[in-house]
Design a protein around this ligand. Structure first.
Ligand SMILES: *[C@@H]1O[C@H](CO)[C@@H](O)[C@H](O)[C@H]1NC(C)=O
Ligand SMILES: *[C@@H]1O[C@H](CO)[C@@H](O)[C@H](O)[C@H]1NC(C)=O
Ligand SMILES: *[C@@H]1O[C@H](CO)[C@@H](O)[C@H](O)[C@H]1NC(C)=O
Length: 462
């Protein structure tokens, strides 16, 4: 009698699981008690070896099909899964509670594109102290992007597409195969208290990449990875990055811009209270020198940034061409304007603390610096700023100082129509199109006896 009942129950469970993706409310309610879908009750096994993909798919179908507040619970344990495609729209609001760890399958043949991809879901929450482990070390050697311009992209770990009003908090993203997180076409997203962790030499393991998204905040987040800690791609607007530590990694970047056709503008970006620790770049704006799109990056504000042995702490690079495999060479069609750097301090691992490598055809405008005090930490060179396609003019014609004999003749410099507030002093070796400059703020320079400060101007007439 008892045995007979058990058998019936098992058959029902198997049936429910199989039909779950198309499940209607009845089946959903059966597997997700009180709106909570515990994946271990849907057949997932936390032994790190058994494939739990089906259980997660069932949980998603149930949670997404349920009304009101729905929760997918991933209890403590290690759950191996293949690609997970969670599609909305959902009937209610779904929270994915990550207490345990999800492990991405190492079998690349299972993936069409990404590992966990969530599409068209509003009011999504992903939270918990668990990990999304991309198990990248097993496949990083299959990444050919350093050699091929159009390389095959390995799976990104967590991809959010067309998600409105989302939160990702508390979790750790570990060793992704490619990007750890990709935010695409999203609106009003908060990413906070997240940890990203991968070795500094892991290929293209960007921390958080975003594109075509509005209202994205990244708050109190630690990122160590093998590529950009954060990359703010084309079409990003109203982005707020606060309290982020980056390193190792390639820095906090805007771009790459211009690689593809029809890219949209980047605007309203704030990066505040961040630390860059031994990252190969600091605050970077990069645009392909063979840009295929005409676009503008503007209203970008950096404030209270600490550099701890970061390479290229401040760099605007309009001739970006990684691995030297650009398909054509030419001037960037990307405009960079209204960029302010305020209170950027600490040490640089490269002599060039500031590099403004603007394009000859479209110069940067409205770049201001206030309280930028970054010093080269090495002993074999001086701290410098490098400005390509930039010219300086005297701050005031009447000023003169003992140092002025070291500065280039003012007549060598074009007087820009709008003065920019970068206080610099030209190095004697500066050439007409490039200026090596000692970096400091005006007050510091005057204290040090340099009163012939120069503004840097960028002009159409270069
Ligand atoms: C960015 O986020 C921080 C932390 O939530 C907040 O204090 C700040 O006002 C935000 N800044 C902008 C420009 O949205
Ligand atoms: C400058 O930034 C640092 C963090 O890098 C911060 O501790 C300090 O208070 C800031 N100074 C001002 C005047 O805001
Ligand atoms: C100092 O740095 C500049 C710029 O990187 C470089 O051209 C120069 O050779 C360096 N000097 C020494 C002594 O290393």
């Amino acid at each position: 009698m008892v045995r007979g009942l058990l058998l019936v129950a098992l058959v029902c469970a198997a049936h429910a699981a199989k039909d779950a993706p198309a499940a209607k409310d009845g089946a959903a309610a059966a597997s997700c008690d009180g709106g909570t879908c515990d994946i271990t009750k849907l057949g997932a096994s936390g032994n790190g070896k058994t494939d739990s993909t089906k259980a997660l798919e069932t949980a998603w179908a149930s949670a997404c099909g349920g009304t009101g507040k729905q929760k997918i619970l991933i209890p403590k344990g290690d759950y191996l899964t293949g690609p997970l495609n969670f599609k909305g729209p959902c009937k209610g609001d779904v929270t994915i509670q990550v207490d345990g760890n999800l492990l991405a399958s190492m079998d690349l043949s299972q993936y069409k594109s990404n590992w966990i991809e969530i599409l068209r879901v509003d009011n999504l929450v992903i939270t918990g102290k668990g990990k999304l482990d991309g198990q990248g070390p097993a496949v990083w050697n299959k990444n050919s992007c350093a050699k091929k311009y159009d390389c095959k992209i390995l799976p990104n770990s967590l991809v959010l597409d067309y998600v409105n009003n989302g939160e990702v908090s508390g979790i750790t993203l570990l060793n992704s195969k490619f990007f750890h997180m990709n935010v695409f076409q999203c609106k009003d997203m908060v990413i906070k208290d997240v940890t990203v962790s991968a070795p500094g030499d892991s290929p293209n393991t960007d921390g958080i990449h975003m594109g075509d998204s509005t209202g994205v905040s990244i708050i109190n987040t630690n990122i160590a990875c093998g590529d950009d800690c954060i990359s703010i791609g084309p079409g990003s607007t109203k982005i707020n990055i606060t309290g982020v530590t980056c390193g190792p990694g390639h820095g906090i970047s805007i771009g790459s811009l211009g690689r593809y056709k029809d890219e949209k503008d980047v605007t309203d970006i704030t990066v505040k209270d961040c630390t860059l620790k031994k990252s190969s770049n600091g605050l970077r704006i990069k645009a392909y020198e063979d840009a295929k799109s005409v676009l503008t990056a503007s209203k970008i504000h950096y404030e209270n940034i600490k550099m701890e042995d970061a390479g290229n702490p401040i760099i605007i690079d309009m001739k970006y061409c990684p691995n030297k495999i650009c398909t054509a060479s030419g001037a960037s069609k990307v405009t960079v304007k209204d960029v302010s750097f305020k209170n950027v301090t600490g040490t640089s691992s490269t002599p060039e603390a500031v590099s403004l490598l603007c394009s000859d055809k479209i110069p940067c405008t409205g770049v201001t610096m206030d309280g930028v005090e970054v010093e080269y930490s090495g002993t074999n060179n001086k701290t410098m700023a490098v400005c390509k396609n930039a010219r300086a003019v005297p701050l005031a014609a009447s000023r003169s100082s003992p140092a002025s004999k070291h500065a280039r003749e003012p007549s060598h410099f074009f007087v820009p129509s709008s003065l920019l507030h970068i206080y610099v002093l030209c190095h004697p070796l500066a050439t007409a199109s490039s200026c090596f400059l000692y970096l400091n703020n005006l007050q510091e320079m005057e204290r040090s006896g340099y009163s012939s400060a120069y503004y840097i101007g960028f002009s159409q007439e270069m």
